[in-house]
Design a protein around this ligand. Sequence first.
Ligand SMILES: [Zn+2]
Ligand SMILES: [Zn+2]
Length: 267
Amino acid sequence: MYSDMHVHSSASCDSDASIWDICETAIERGIEAVALTEHVELHPNDLCYGKFNYDAARRTFEKAKEKYDGRLILLFGAEVTYRSEIESLIGRFLESHRFDVVIGSVHDAPPINFWDPANSALVRSNPALAKGALKVYYREVKSMAATGLFNIVGHLGVYQRYMPNVWPDVVGDDELSDILHEALEEVCANSRLELNSNVMDRPGHLPSPSVEVLKIYREMGGKPPTFGSDAHSAEAVGKNYSSAEKVLKAAGFSGFASWKDVARVSY
Ligand SMILES: [Zn+2]
Ligand SMILES: [Zn+2]
């Protein structure tokens, strides 16, 4: 039995997955708990800006929670896109909206849009530009974790998701490695990492974070990571769990965090 702590239902602007299909699939697969971590984006440049309807999502969630009571643990969550420039806005939003679990994610590394694989050539051919983008990325992760607003730091290293094997080696570069360590220090103190398995079944794709980064995090005293499929369809709930577990163990952890270690509610 395990918990999938990162799933998007149709309450997220980029998912069509019905909460009912998600629950049925999770039960079929023997999953103990599912956190519905819907996209909350509070900056106009973000894809799901203004599209999350808290009350509607909450109503549907409560119906599902009642229907599956005793068969599946459901958590009402959010994946908040963090940007330091709107940190106080995010803080106010989280103060006024109740969630069982909150993931904080950095989805940006200016000036490089890492969601468009067409930028791979640019990253490969301009290491200085890529390094600059990674500095921005890891500094944002550091600020995000330092806020203490987030139970989980989502998919660290996600810039590799659609652009694997083109970025500078963060651990091997002194300057980047220092920033990574500073970010992990804040994660260890105020949050925990997720091991995001989203693209692990694609040849050549790494988990986020990599084994190497997970090892450093563990050595720094980091708490066991959560497992997150980052599913945007019912079919993807719990996806790649066993390969993620292998990565976790290779990094020296004995197991994933349970939902109980992370959630702000008891059942
Ligand atoms: Zn999404
Ligand atoms: Zn994300």
